[in-house]
Design a protein around this ligand. Structure first.
Ligand SMILES: Nc1ncnc2c1ncn2[C@@H]1O[C@H](COP(=O)(O)OP(=O)(O)OP(=O)(O)O)[C@@H](O)[C@H]1O
Length: 270
């Protein structure tokens, strides 16, 4: 799967690699104009795992996320989700699969003219034919699930703190009870306490809902605290993947600088 060999394959953090791959990307090539961003990239995401995706700025982490969920065009390669090739699936099948994932975009991407409850209700209205009162009830349940106070439901995004916006966006991502959530830098811009709270929330949701989490992040604390496995992007592909402790032992200049740099050294690993 990756370009760089791990020195000594230790025991997998999750006790084995035999869980079903709910996302399987093969030979993924994505570019814009004459610039290739991803080239022949392979990646599996296993059911129930929290996968961190890291890499230098501009290496294509968000492009990878957006390509998996079908927002960027592939020049080559396949993306299978729940065993179905999205490239050959019908529009109806893609829509059905899309209901089984939720996405928290980098800036939250809430509609500014809608309240939090209305924002969370958007995917519910889009995909389910339910009376308005029920949509509102469901939205308020999701808002409670992510730990927002009940009165946040009637606020507009501009009235929320950064941490509340992240939670509101997560509530929207969870609106349709997805099996996979994609998180693009969920703790960016949060203070350390808010970021740690958010990390705990993700862990709780994984434990209670059995979520699979694909998380792009630069947050070393999150990587250590909540990921089962980390995929490092570089040279347009997955350079290497493993646990934080495994990646500390990888002999590659960028990986070594990232996982053994002064910030990483201050973290308790293992
Ligand atoms: N729609 C687009 N059109 C043209 N170029 C794009 C488009 N989307 C992304 N890119 C380019 O692809 C490259 C990778 O972008 P991406 O946002 O995936 O980086 P990233 O690894 O997530 O970076 P960061 O850590 O800074 O968020 C960048 O050079 C970006 O300018």
């Amino acid at each position: 799967m990756s370009d760089v060999a791990l020195p000594a394959p230790g025991p997998a953090a999750d006790g084995g690699d035999d869980r079903e791959a709910v996302i399987r990307a093969r030979g993924l090539t994505v570019g814009f104009g004459d610039k290739l961003i991803l080239e022949n990239l392979d990646l599996d995401v296993r059911r129930g795992e929290i996968l961190g995706v890291v890499g230098g700025s501009g290496t294509g982490k968000s492009v990878l996320l957006r390509t998996i969920i079908g927002l960027n065009r592939r020049r080559a390669g396949t993306v299978e989700v729940f065993g179905r090739d999205l490239g050959t699936a019908s529009a109806a099948e893609r829509s059905a699969i899309g209901q089984r994932w939720g996405v928290l975009f980098q800036q939250g991407a809430l509609f500014s003219s809608l309240t939090v409850a209305q924002n969370v209700g958007v995917p519910i209205r889009e995909h389910l034919d339910l009376p308005s009162a029920l949509v509102d009830d469901f939205a308020r349940l999701k808002i409670e699930l992510v730990g927002l106070p009940a009165d946040a439901a009637d606020k507009y995004p501009a009235e929320l703190s950064g941490g509340m916006i992240k939670r509101a966006s997560l509530a929207r991502a969870l609106a349709l009870d997805p099996e996979i959530v994609f998180l693009d830098e969920p703790t960016a811009g949060l203070d350390p306490i808010g970021a740690a709270d958010f990390d705990r929330l993700i862990l709780e949701l994984r434990a209670t809902l059995g979520l699979t989490v694909f998380m792009v992040t630069h947050d070393l604390d999150s990587l250590v605290e909540i990921t089962d496995r980390i995929a490092v992007l570089g040279n347009r592909k997955v350079l290497v993947d493993g646990t934080f402790a495994e990646l500390k032992r990888v002999d590659h200049p960028w990986v070594n600088a990232y996982f053994n740099g002064p910030r990483a050294e201050r973290l308790k690993i293992g």
